[in-house]
Structures are given as C-alpha cells and as structure tokens.
Design a protein around this ligand. Structure first.
Ligand code: FAD
Ligand code: SIN
Length: 521
C-alpha cells in the first residue's frame, strides 16, 4: 500500500496545476493511465478565454458565457471564474507557458464562436501542447511530486470497501484513496491518500466520432457514480461543428473555431454559404447552433460532410497562424490555401460531470474534481469556446487552496483492504470488449447525438441495457483489465447521458429533442 497526502488522478491541465499548487504542503502522487502528456489538454488548439485589456470587460465575458449556457449556468460560478481569469493566466505565464504576442508586445487575442470580443490567448494553433510542455517541466522540477505513468485508477475507495452499506442517501461518504491497476505488472495496488483529486477529463469515446483522445472514457464520472457521489448535467454533450472529415482517423482532428474567427466560412457541396438560414451570427454562432445547422444540412443533402472555406485567408496567414492545421491537412492531401476543408461535427466536450462546489469539492468528503470531469455550473447547457481550460485552472486553484487548509485535519485510513483479485483469465472473451465498445458508440451516435427524440432515447436505453448486463457478467467472471474497466465506465456514462436526456422535457442548450421544439424566450 502506498500512502500520500495528495493523490491526483490525471495529468492534464487540471491535475497538473492542482499538483503544483499543493506540492509545498505535502507529498503528492500523480497517476496517469497513459503517457504523462496524453489527454485532451495536449490537443487544445484555440486557447484560453480571459479578459486582459480595457477594450473588453468582465461583464461582456460573463454575458457571453450566460447566453451560450442557455440560461442554466450558475451565475455566481460564472462571475467567480471570469473575474479570476487574469490571475490564473498570470500563474500559467509564471509556470513558463508562452502565449503569442503581437509586434507591439500586447497579447495576440483570437475570437471564437459566441464571444463578443477578441479574448482568446493562444500559442499558435497548438495552445494545449505548449501548456502540457511547460506544466510537466515544472512538475518534474518539484521534489515533492511523483508522477507515475501507465497507472489506471479503477475505483475510488470509500466506506463501501470497509464493508459498509453506502447509498445515494448515505451522509458523509468519505474517500480514502484509489485502487489502481499497474498496466505493466497487471496488479491492482492500493493508494491511500488524505485528499484525492479526480482530473480524468472527458467522455468523448462514448461516441463514434470524437475529437477526444482514447484516454477520454469518463472514468472519473463513472467512479463517482458507482461510489454514490453526485453527477449532473450529463445530457449536455458538446459536438464541435468542425472536425476534419477523414473517416479512417480516430480521434477526429479538430479544425479550430479560431479559423472561423479569422474569417473562414462554412459552405455546402455546391460552395454556397448556408448559415444565414440559421443564425445572424453566421459561421460564428455558438457551437450548438452551428453543429445543429451542419447536421441538418447533411441530412437534407444526404452527404456525410460539408466544407469550411479558408482559401481567401491566403497561404501566408494560414501557415503563420494555423501551422498545425495547415500541415495536418497537407499531410492528408488537402492544400487549405487552394481547397475547401471537408468537415463534420464530432463529440468534443462534456459540460456535465462530477458535481463540485466553489472549493472544487465533490459530494464525497476529501474528494475533489476539476477540469472536464467536473460539473461546476460554469457551462450550464452549453460551454462557450475556450472556457474549458479556464475553468480547469480556476477550479484546480480553488480546490488546492481548500485542500491545503483541510489536509492537516485528515488522517490516512489504514483499515482499507487490498483489492480482491479473484477472477479468471478469459482472453478469448476479450474480443467481446472491443465489439461491445463499438456497439455502444453506434447506439450513442445514432440515437443520442446532436438531435434526439423520446423514441430514440428509449431505443438507446433498451440497447444499452442489454450490453450493460452482458458486460457486468463478463466483469464479475474475469480478471480485471483496463479495456474491460473502461468499457464499464463508458457504459455508465452513456447511461447517465440517456437518463438525464430522457428526464429533460425541453430543448435547451446542447440538448435538442424534436419532441420539445425550442421555445423562444
Ligand atoms: P485531460 O487533459 O483530458 O486529462 C485527463 C487525464 O486523466 C489524462 O492524463 C488521462 O490519461 C488521465 N486519466 C483518465 N482516466 C484515468 C484513470 N482511470 N486513471 C488514471 N489516469 C486517468 N478547451 C479550451 O478551453 N480551449 C481550447 O482551445 C480547446 N481545444 C480543444 C481541442 C481538442 C481537440 C479537444 C479534444 C479539446 C479541446 N478543449 C479546449 C477542451 C479542453 O482541452 C479539455 O476540456 C481540457 O484540456 C481537459 O483538461 P483535463 O485536465 O480535465 O483533462
Ligand atoms: C477550438 O479551438 O475550436 C476548440 C476550442 C474549445 O473547445 O474551447
């Protein structure tokens, strides 16, 4: 058994910034299931939203966030996050992250859909990779932090593992650490901690087409759901309107919204603009509107993709400002200075997740969550572009400040038993895991995607129920593997999405049902 003060699961922006902030107050262990830099953070392109100069205002950023969130954001959370943004950007700069500047020394700010101003700090079109680089360098320099790769957190440990009956109504559920599968030895180790931080990222792999890396399997959300913690807003899955249409590739490569911010325009197969039919903000309308418009145009035309036209921006601007996209498209045979870019929507971001308060603490004591796996109330029904990296750093900061205060009053629980490793090696059955994962993704993409209906949700629920039972049966008989555990987590997240979508009897934000046409407020 390992004992630490702070156990951090996940090495994206949320986990790493939390770790750096608590590291002077105790021993920190960061566990991550892949290589340290792997996760959605590394792939973030557009950047991080913040009000930096007087030409913009907190009120405008707050209004933009509330409008995108479709009236169901937590206003206090929105105000807190946006007014703290400049301080958190200062932290990131101190950690060594470089944001692009103009020749006059001011930050070069981009604009994305739903923003009334230019306020996106970025590092070319690969902001996330720059963030991971700088944060990991800081992590490796800190003597109190240990970072362990290929360590897969299976379950958080609570009173349930001490033999107590725990339900959603049990008061004072506590977290004592996590059971963790070492991918090399295939043994499950027990990590005991005073404080545990879940920063496990999104759920994109619930769907067939996603911009998310393979690590995004909703592990944190599923673990908290199984531990009887609170999860909310799962119906609000954000589909990014423009992922590169290149069907054999997974994850789908993102074509940043900043390209539309720079003037690129959505077009159909005949080279005609169509967004005027849907919203006066045209190609820069909020993501839910643009994704639905594309979905509708694809259905009307029968094509499985549309186009983004950036040709008029010219080779110099495209190569200078969007080198990552320019190179990627060229690599697959598209010269974006001469040809339109084929695009289609892809599952991109989970607005809901583990419910946390302003201290980043979940409904389970001593358990915090930050980043994409957390539901803070900032995004409401729909996240405003580039507010995600911001939310991650603001809530990692709050969680760190609170955890530093709490940690001295918490003791390690030594009664925790080792993992029960009973079960058979069922290698020949493992093909079922891969197949079931594909089936799940098909169900969710076909019935619980951008446009939903009562009938489709019911059908998804019935199909999911079957694969849930088959998978639980396999899980009970088998030795634990990461693939099988991830499949269970994907199924749990799919269930939470379908349940929340079925309970919401209206079309709002990212949840759109043909049975409840939107009401113009
Ligand atoms: P991640 O960065 O995804 O990190 C999760 C970590 O948890 C990983 O290290 C993973 O390996 C680990 N992990 C997961 N499960 C386990 C487990 N069971 N055991 C151990 N480790 C585990 N947002 C913006 O604000 N601006 C942008 O420009 C932007 N662009 C984006 C572009 C793309 C292509 C994508 C996919 C997302 C983008 N987003 C953007 C969203 C944003 O990048 C993510 O929401 C954010 O980076 C999530 O950070 P995180 O720390 O919560 O999770
Ligand atoms: C993008 O660059 O378009 C993604 C930004 C985001 O997801 O916030």
């Amino acid at each position: 058994m390992k004992e630490v003060d702070f156990l951090v699961v996940g090495s994206g922006i949320a986990g790493l910034t939390f770790a750096l902030k608590v590291a002077d107050y105790g021993k920190v262990c960061i566990l991550t299931k892949a290589e340290a830099s792997e996760g959605s953070t590394k792939y973030a392109q557009g950047g991080i939203a913040a009000v930096i100069y007087d030409s913009d205002s907190f009120d405008k950023h707050i209004q933009d966030t509330l409008i995108a969130g479709a009236g169901i954001c937590d206003e206090e959370t929105v105000r807190m996050t946006i007014t703290e943004a400049p301080n958190r950007i200062r932290d990131l700069v101190q950690y060594g992250i470089h944001f692009d500047k103009r020749p006059d020394g001011l930050y070069d700010l981009h604009r994305e859909g739903g923003h009334s101003n230019f306020r996106i700090l970025h590092h070319k079109d690969n902001t996330g990779a720059e963030m991971e680089r700088a944060l990991l360098e800081e992590i490796h320099r800190h003597p109190n932090i240990e970072l362990l790769e290929n360590q897969y957190a299976v379950e958080i440990i609570t009173q349930h593992h001490l033999g107590q009956w725990v339900t959603h109504h049990t008061p004072n559920i506590e977290c004592y650490g996590a059971y963790v599968l070492d991918s090399k030895t295939q043994k499950v180790e027990t990590y005991l901690a005073k404080v545990t931080m879940l920063a496990t990222g999104g759920i994109g792999n619930v769907y067939t087409t996603t911009t998310n890396p393979i690590t995004a399997t909703g592990d944190g959300v599923a673990m908290v759901h199984r531990a009887r913690g609170k999860v909310a807003d799962m119906e609000f899955v954000q589909f990014h309107p423009t992922s590169l249409y290149y069907p054999t590739e997974r994850p789908a490569f993102l074509i940043t919204e900043a390209l539309r911010g720079a003037g690129a325009v959505l077009k159909d197969h005949w080279g005609r603009e169509f967004m005027q039919k849907y919203d006066s903000r045209l190609s820069l309308a909020p993501r839910d509107i643009v994704a639905r418009a594309i979905d509708n145009e694809m259905k009307i035309s029968g094509y499985d993709h549309l186009y983004l036209d950036a040709r008029h921006l010219g080779k110099a601007e495209l190569m200078g400002k969007f080198p990552n996209i320019y190179a990627k498209c060229l690599d697959v045979g598209i010269n974006i200075a001469k040809e339109m870019i084929p695009i289609r929507p892809a599952a991109h971001y989970q607005c809901g997740g583990i419910v946390v308060d302003h201290n980043g603490e979940s409904s389970i004591h001593h358990l915090y969550a930050a980043g994409e796996c957390a539901r803070t109330g900032l995004h409401g029904g729909n996240r405003l572009a580039s507010n995600s990296l911001l939310e991650a750093v603001v809530f990692a900061h709050h969680a760190a400040m609170h955890a530093i205060e709490q940690v001295r009053n918490i003791s390690i629980c030594h009664e925790v038993p080792a993992w029960n490793a009973e079960g058979m090696e069922l290698n020949e059955e493992m093909v079922l895991v891969t197949q079931t994962r594909k089936e799940l993704q098909e169900i969710m993409s076909n019935y619980v995607g951008i446009v939903r209906s009562n009938l489709r949700l019911q059908r998804a629920f019935d199909r999911l129920n079957l694969i849930y039972r088959e998978t639980e049966d396999l899980y009970k008989r088998s030795v634990l593997t990461e693939d099988l555990s991830e499949l269970r987590n994907l199924i749990a997240c799919a269930y939470l999405i379908i349940r929340a979508a079925s309970q919401r009897k209206e079309s709002v934000g990212l949840h759109y049902s043909v049975d409840y046409p939107p009401v113009n407020k």
